[in-house]
Design a protein around this ligand. Structure first.
Ligand SMILES: CSC[C@@H](O)[C@@H](O)C(=O)COP(=O)(O)O
Length: 357
């Protein structure tokens, strides 16, 4: 077993590129068969790209939104940062409304507001430069957090273990390396992870279209399973850990993540498989007391009624399409963040790592 990770070798996939005057987003609706970037010239285009899932994954939508504010700043005239803050507010709200569940979006926008407030305090400060520096910092810090979490999370995994992951939590969903997929990358590099399974993640197929493609780019063998095969896989003893990301982690340790996560946690507990949630501290929302309060995004039922644009369900059938669920804290063995690990999370242990009342 080795501890060294060659991070540069995981840098192939860049979902978010700032060119200096345009934001380019790797269009995740087209992957894995087309590698095309959507060019966003204004903040409305960024909001639309977030809403339409051209860019997706909690940290990535926060980073994209931050660059959206930079673009909004270029489109307005303002004498100073105070006037800019007022004029930018509609764009900030529009970006925030693009998706409701991942707290990273609101968190990144709050950081952009705070950067403007700091520029207000500094006489003659260049507020546009301050916004750009903040967006860059949000992106850089996310990459550093992922690398730190990768090694921390992997340290919990015994040599040669099998892991099952859900959705896509890799470079595509972050500034790079990934959260749960970062743990898997680090775990494979260190010999801790011997087998990787990825669930399809119906209906949008983030696992089938994105995760196994990402791992293939790194030469990491992964086996795709139907979501419905997870319990059967666990029963056979093939996996020792389920490792997933998060869109919002509450003060009591409840976790919102991609629909299907909750049933994986239930199945894992039943089979004695451990359950790890990996997310940067930007995903922790200590102002939200419990998972019952989280707004769960519901998307177009049409996502369930067909595959790749072809209808597979009889006309007239209704569908319900919530795209996140909440896993209660008692089903979680470890929450891994760049600030440290909370084992068997509950309100007091969350408070001791993340503060709050
Ligand atoms: C590091 S990504 C963590 C989560 O955002 C991820 O697991 C997830 O649920 C993504 O949902 P998506 O709807 O694809 O944006």
């Amino acid at each position: 077993m080795t501890d060294a990770i060659d991070y540069a070798s995981y840098d192939r996939i860049r979902p978010i590129r700032w060119t200096g005057d345009t934001l380019e987003l790797l269009d995740q609706r087209r992957l894995p068969f087309a590698t095309e970037y959507v060019a966003c010239a204004d903040s409305d285009a960024v909001a639309e790209a977030i809403h339409a899932l051209a860019v997706r994954g909690a940290p990535a939508i926060g980073i994209a939104a931050a660059w959206g504010v930079v673009l909004a700043g270029r489109a307005i005239q303002a004498r100073d940062a105070t006037e800019a803050a007022a004029r930018l507010e509609p764009a900030l709200r529009h970006l925030n409304a693009a998706r409701p569940t991942a707290v990273n979006l609101a968190w990144a926008l709050a950081r952009m507001r705070a950067a403007l407030a700091l520029a207000q305090a500094g006489e003659g400060a260049d507020w546009r430069a301050a916004l750009e520096a903040e967006a860059r910092a949000i992106e850089t810090e996310d990459l550093a957090a992922n690398r730190a979490m990768g090694v921390l999370g992997a340290s919990l995994i015994e040599e040669g273990s099998g892991v099952l992951t859900h959705c896509n939590t890799g470079s595509l969903a972050t500034a790079g390396f990934g959260t749960a997929l970062g743990v898997i990358r680090a775990g494979v590099a260190q010999g801790r992870v011997g087998r990787v399974y990825a669930g399809e993640t119906r209906p949008w197929n983030q696992g089938a279209r994105l995760t196994v493609w990402e791992l293939q780019q790194d030469g990491i063998d992964a086996t795709l399973i139907a979501d419905a095969a997870a319990s059967h896989l666990m029963k056979g003893g093939e996996v020792q850990w389920v490792v997933v990301g998060a869109d919002r982690i509450c003060a009591n340790g409840d976790v919102a993540n991609k629909i299907g996560t909750y049933q994986l946690a239930i199945a894992a507990r039943h089979h004695g498989v451990r359950f790890m949630v990996v997310a940067p501290s930007s995903t922790v929302d200590m102002a939200m007391a419990s998972g019952d309060l989280i707004e769960i995004e519901e998307r177009d039922p049409g996502e369930l009624l067909g595959v790749a644009g072809s209808r597979t369900v009889a006309e007239g059938v209704q569908a319900w399409n919530p795209v996140f669920d909440v896993t209660p804290a008692e089903l979680i063995d470890a929450i891994v963040t760049e600030k440290g690990i909370v084992e068997r999370p509950h309100a007091a242990s969350m408070r001791s790592l993340f503060g709050g009342a």
